[in-house]
Design a binder for this molecule. Structure first.
Ligand SMILES: [Zn+2]
Length: 111
């Protein structure tokens, strides 16, 4: 899963990756970032992977986001988008998110 690979790039304590997909094509990817990473501003301590993705990617209609979190032992953990990210995703027309859990995966519909 591409989002898991992206999470591996994160330098944060909680490593999360987000990937935007439409029609089987990857349109953008991002991991969560510390505020001193390049291409981020300094108003927030960290950007969630979903926020970083929205900042760097053009969002077409009906795109789907995949979010993955990688634990220290390299196993997937729960990566359900938080309420703030859910609002931001929904505001950009993304209504479907798939995310990893410690037992598999989950799906979230946003309105
Ligand atoms: Zn979030």
């Amino acid at each position: 899963m591409i989002a898991l690979k992206e999470a591996a790039y994160s330098e944060c304590r909680f490593r999360v990756g987000a990937v935007l997909v439409k029609g089987g094509r990857v349109l953008g990817r991002s991991c969560n970032r510390r505020r001193n990473c390049p291409r981020t501003d300094f108003r927030h301590a960290t950007f969630h992977a979903e926020e970083a993705l929205l900042r760097t990617t053009d969002i077409p209609r009906r795109a789907v986001v995949y979010v993955a979190r990688l634990g220290r032992e390299g196993v997937p953990l729960l990566a359900r988008p938080c309420p703030r990210c859910q609002r931001q995703l929904a505001a950009r027309g993304i209504s479907l998110a798939h995310y990893t859990t410690d037992t598999g995966s989950g799906t979230l519909r946003m309105s």
